[in-house]
Write a protein that binds this ligand. Structure first.
Ligand SMILES: *[C@@H]1O[C@H](CO)[C@@H](O)[C@H](O)[C@H]1NC(C)=O
Ligand SMILES: *[C@@H]1O[C@H](CO)[C@@H](O)[C@H](O)[C@H]1NC(C)=O
Ligand SMILES: *[C@@H]1O[C@H](CO)[C@@H](O)[C@H](O)[C@H]1NC(C)=O
Ligand SMILES: *[C@@H]1O[C@H](CO)[C@@H](O)[C@H](O)[C@H]1NC(C)=O
Length: 415
């Protein structure tokens, strides 16, 4: 006869076994449910994506498979490398230790280059710089849209107008919008003496300035890009989307939010005023010209004009890691196009981004037509007084019933 204790043990074991079996059954059911739900959702995503795709411009449809259509390039480009690397938790660059690359200055082609390109090449290997002003707290909450504006020290008035208009930090329909300006350090002593203190005061009031310790020159704009991407990857895991642009553009945040809502199922979102087969400019008179030594292919990869474009947060982090595998290129937006090429992500061309100028005809009425601006996402280029005035007009009751008619007109004018 088993004694009482043994009997109780037996009962315990039995209930335990029973519970274990029940537990296993429940776990199994849960797994199956999760699997079914995710399969179902995938179906939804792709079908919704298709609808979105149908609705978007013809342009986009033609080019959505850019990398697949260009099979030769696809073959050339290796698969995206796998990055098994931890991203730092704080800005880990504390000293400027950037000496000239003396190897390069001895090459023959170097001596034929203009001074600006020589300077670029001498410091091309220096990628990251210490921060003079940082705001690690900027993305501490869930941010829907981070607006990052390239600016230089002396443009106090442009920053001021942006803060009052499209860059205003606010919450729209529960979605947080944050603003940051990206700056380097001044290029001359007078500026350093007079404007740096002002800038620090400006930052003390608004808390929206990131400043790195590299010279804020045209060819260093790529540094602004790479340092921002690294900064973003460190501090902004909670940010859903980024709008990055110039400080002399008109932007409609309402239209951005609407566009993002309609594209919420798009993976690797990167949208802007995209050029697909831009030909490098070789004419030395042009600000954007590039000598063959720096780039010898016939076309640039697809890229979005740096005046204003949208990308999603996770893609920005992958762009950061990718950027480290490439040599820096002096034109910042082309450089991002090169990174997208490595990732085989085709940027989306959207007609509401006008970063390469509006209309060829500068006198066209549309250049000053508020109803036109109201339908755009970004328009280049407006200086502070014009921006303020256009902002005011766009936000009065315009009655843009003619909106579609206007856009019809626009099609007839050459863009
Ligand atoms: C700067 O770099 C050189 C060589 O790369 C190294 O010898 C030196 O210790 C570095 N200095 C600082 C302050 O990091
Ligand atoms: C210069 O060349 C040497 C030897 O080839 C190399 O080790 C060094 O990294 C080069 N310096 C730079 C700044 O690229
Ligand atoms: C970029 O900034 C670095 C650091 O200030 C500077 O040494 C370099 O000359 C700059 N490059 C160009 C092309 O202006
Ligand atoms: C083009 O440039 C690449 C890298 O700079 C070089 O390897 C290649 O030989 C160049 N091609 C021609 C045709 O000059």
């Amino acid at each position: 006869m088993p004694n009482k204790l043994e009997f109780l043990n037996f009962v315990n074991m039995a209930t335990f076994r029973y519970r274990w079996r029940a537990f296993k059954a429940i776990v199994l059911m849960l797994l199956v449910t999760v699997l079914m739900v995710s399969v179902f959702q995938r179906g939804l995503v792709s079908s919704r994506g298709d609808i979105q795709f149908e609705r978007d411009s013809r342009m986009q449809k033609e080019v959505i498979n850019y990398w697949k259509e260009n099979q030769d390039k696809l073959a050339e480009t290796k698969e995206e490398p796998v990055y098994e690397r931890d991203i730092a938790r704080t800005w880990d660059i504390t000293s400027t230790n950037c000496s000239t690359n003396t190897n390069i200055s001895t090459t023959e082609s170097f001596n034929t280059l203009e001074q600006s390109f020589q300077q670029f090449l001498l410091y091309r290997h220096c990628r990251y710089f210490p921060m003079i002003m940082n705001h690690p707290e900027k993305c501490s909450e869930d941010v829907h849209l981070l607006i990052a504006v390239k600016s230089i020290i002396t443009q106090h008035d442009r920053r001021d107008v942006i803060r009052k208009t499209w860059g205003k930090e606010q919450v729209i329909g529960g979605k947080k919008i944050k603003l940051l300006f990206l700056l380097g350090s001044s290029t001359n002593e007078a500026e350093k003496a007079n404007h740096q203190k002002l800038l620090e005061y400006e930052d003390y009031i608004y808390g929206d300035i990131l400043q790195w310790d590299f010279m804020d020159t045209f060819f260093n704009l790529t540094l602004k890009e790479t340092n921002f991407l690294k900064w973003f990857s460190i501090y902004c895991g909670n940010v859903r989307y980024i709008f990055k642009g110039d400080d002399d553009v008109f932007v409609s945040v309402t239209n951005i939010l609407e566009y993002l809502e309609s594209s919420k199922n798009t993976k690797d979102l990167f949208a802007g005023d995209v050029l697909f087969k831009a030909i490098p400019i070789r004419n030395k008179e042009n600000k954007y010209h590039i000598p063959l030594v720096l780039y010898n292919k016939t076309n640039y990869p697809p890229y979005a004009g740096g005046g204003g474009f949208l990308m999603d947060g996770p893609l920005a982090q992958r762009l950061y890691l990718t950027s480290e595998t490439l040599e820096l290129f002096p034109i910042d937006d082309v450089f991002l196009g090169m990174c997208l090429e490595v990732l085989q992500v085709t940027p989306i061309k959207h007609n509401a981004f006008k970063t390469f100028g509006l209309l060829k005809d500068k006198k066209s009425k549309l250049n000053k037509e508020p109803c036109f601006y109201k339908s755009m996402i970004v328009v280049h280029k407006l200086l502070p007084p014009e921006l303020l005035e256009m902002w005011r007009l766009v936000h009065t009751d315009l009655g843009c019933a003619l909106k579609s008619g206007l856009l019809g007109d626009l099609k007839n004018e050459k863009l």
